[in-house]
Design a protein around this ligand. Sequence first.
Ligand SMILES: CC(C)(COP(=O)(O)OP(=O)(O)OC[C@H]1O[C@@H](n2cnc3c(N)ncnc32)[C@H](O)[C@@H]1OP(=O)(O)O)[C@@H](O)C(=O)NCCC(=O)NCCS
Length: 308
Amino acid sequence: MTSAPPQIPAGVDLADELSALTVPYPAVPELLQLADRLTDEQRATVLQGRDFLAGEFGNLGYLNLAEKVPIPADGSVFGRLGYVLMFVSALPAVREFHRERGIDDAQSRLILSDLGRHASVYQTRYGINGFAEPSWMELHFTGKIYQLGRLQYERGLASAEVAEAATAAGLPLDQGQPVLSLHIPRYQGPLSAVAVDESIDRAREFFTEHFPEERYPVAICTSWLLDPQLAEHLGAQANIPQFASRFQLVGEPTVDRTSALEFTFDQPDLPLEQLPQRSRLERAVVQVLRCGGSWHSATGWFAWYQEA
Ligand SMILES: CC(C)(COP(=O)(O)OP(=O)(O)OC[C@H]1O[C@@H](n2cnc3c(N)ncnc32)[C@H](O)[C@@H]1OP(=O)(O)O)[C@@H](O)C(=O)NCCC(=O)NCCS
């Protein structure tokens, strides 16, 4: 007689899964210990999150896992690593979804390993094991986001602002219709035009093959990399402004100090005068803030389908 699989992986099975997700090795012993010592309440929370995610495949809206199934970041081991156990428990459902969509194991592993990327960011920033991005990883564990080369692509929904701008430009688009939202992961090399072109070509094929019933009139991006000020500081030919120039901006950029600091510096909480000043970007981010200026986040779009 075979026994039922454990509801929350533990022991070597958990270690294997964490390794496939590229969770940094120093976090593994703490996670194994946590899985062995979960209280009934913690176990219920992990399973509640797993079941919540399982019910949201097909929902392209924002799920807000952090609010639906909160794990307070109280500095405890469970507060730092509880969501990692939740996502590991949710692996069978997302793998099944990928299989049903014909997405191969290598591609499936690649996108899910973003969990390890964010555990590494936490480790670098705070010097301890942890993970603080449940509302980001909910995209991965409900089959919404994929990594093709340099960029990641999220199956998302058009905002009113984007729908209005695209429609006015001759691409009819309703609010709430599917769009592809582009994301630029860390640790994936320069944002060169060649890498971006190759990625977009691959993504056009990928989504046509695996999500043939979905049509995305436009690709969008909401990012600090689209702040028009960056071209002034880096020069229009640098990779970041070149990437931004692919998009037509909608609305006004909104003030966003956090993104510029977080994505430029490993330890963004240091006082400005202690931040490293090695590259043009590092110098620009600090200089603008020291002079009382602001950094921004902006949204832009371009037509996803090429004319025949
Ligand atoms: C997006 C990214 C790949 C661009 O890097 P890139 O291709 O080197 O960009 P550019 O060629 O435009 O860089 C121009 C200058 O800024 C520097 N620079 C770019 N990104 C940097 C970063 N994250 N940290 C420090 N310096 C950076 C470059 O070294 C170069 O300066 P230099 O000539 O003095 O060496 C890089 O910024 C990155 O990995 N960012 C983190 C991910 C991110 O921001 N995602 C968006 C989330 S919304």
